[in-house]
Design a protein around this ligand. Structure first.
Ligand code: SF4
Length: 330
């Protein structure tokens, strides 16, 4: 395998829980939401790494912290040999340009008062990437890349004159003109009508092929993660619990949580064999995660060790990592 494009090393992101005035007076201890709790993972050039899990698992916080949209509590993010958490001042701007994000809600992430041209051109102008006379050409090229064609039909429109899918493609074009190496795509189609999701997803797959862009594709939908990704990491309560190639993870899931997520995917043939794992209850609060394995209160296979000892993410077969005592005989 090639060198990673980005290495996440022991990343933590904790948020302080707001204390009541009376609690503060009583000297109560500050509590923390441990949204991302010690994640290490390598992301390779030109891959799409799916990041899957229920809502509340910390996927979005991890994606944003990885590219420093959120400041980490601890850890490092090594991009092209540089820890991006350590860079300061004007250097941050050039790294930020290379590490982009597409947000879940295309209605919220685009300024409604700007035309499509201005939305896409903004980053080009701020980063002084092309001369003024080349801006329209670059914007038109980006619109073609995201299949909003002919560009002259879209360039002067306002966001309210576009469908949700078209807005999301404008958001992709806005990231694309900055010539990024890496894009965090945070549930990019979950707010779109099912009928237009494929168009947006295909645009992303085309961009990966054409420009070799690496993606972190965040989704709660494992079937979608499989369709889009080369590898999938499954997150639960701030931790990665399983990581493997998409095929391996879907065909041979090892962690009981992954098995339960897969069991919940509707299949065209209900008589087809599949592992039936039913999990109990809701995802617990990340303020007070269960001791030992965080999944133990919901796990049908939990045994004594699970309640006291946290399982580490270990490679159990080439390229397949799992954090579960069932596979760790040490
Ligand atoms: Fe279940 Fe124990 Fe494995 Fe956690 S470590 S997933 S509780 S069997």
């Amino acid at each position: 395998m090639s060198e990673p494009l980005i290495r996440a090393l022991n990343i933590k992101k904790y948020f302080p829980v707001r204390m009541s005035f009376s609690g503060a007076l009583r000297g109560e201890k500050q509590k923390w939401v441990r949204a991302v709790d010690d994640i290490s993972i390598d992301i390779y050039p030109k891959e799409i790494l799916g990041l899957a899990g229920e809502s509340g698992s910390g996927k979005t916080t991890f994606g944003r912290t990885l590219i420093r949209l959120l400041e980490p509590t601890e850890g490092s993010a090594i991009y092209r040999g540089v820890d991006i958490y350590k860079i300061k001042g004007s250097e941050i701007k050039s790294f930020r340009r290379k590490l982009q994000i597409i947000f879940q809600d295309p209605y919220d992430s685009i300024n409604p008062r700007l035309t499509v041209r201005d939305v896409i051109a903004e980053g080009l102008i701020i980063n002084k990437l092309v001369s003024k006379d080349k801006i329209d050409e670059e914007v038109a090229k980006a619109l073609e890349d995201v299949k909003l064609t002919p560009p002259e039909e879209f360039i002067n429109r306002y966001p309210h004159e576009l469908s949700g899918g078209q807005r999301q493609r404008v958001a992709i074009a806005r990231a694309l003109v900055l010539r990024p190496d890496f894009i965090v795509a945070d549930e990019p189609v979950s707010m779109l009508d099912v009928s237009i999701r494929a168009e947006v997803l295909n645009v992303m797959l085309d961009l990966k092929e054409k420009y070799g862009i690496t993606f972190l594709f965040i989704t709660h939908d494992l079937a979608l993660a499989k369709h889009m990704s080369d590898r999938i990491a499954v997150m639960y309560l701030g931790k990665i619990v399983e990581l493997a190639s998409s095929e391996k993870l879907i065909e041979n899931p090892l962690h009981p949580y992954t098995q339960a997520l897969i069991a919940a995917i509707p299949v065209p043939d209900p008589s087809a064999p599949k592992v039936e794992v039913k999990i109990k209850g809701e995802i617990p609060s990340p303020v007070n995660p269960p001791p030992g394995c965080r999944f133990h209160p919901r796990c049908p296979y939990a045994f004594d060790r699970c309640k006291v000892e946290e399982p580490k993410l270990k490679e159990v077969e080439p390229g397949h990592y799992v954090a579960c005592h069932l596979y760790d005989k040490s």
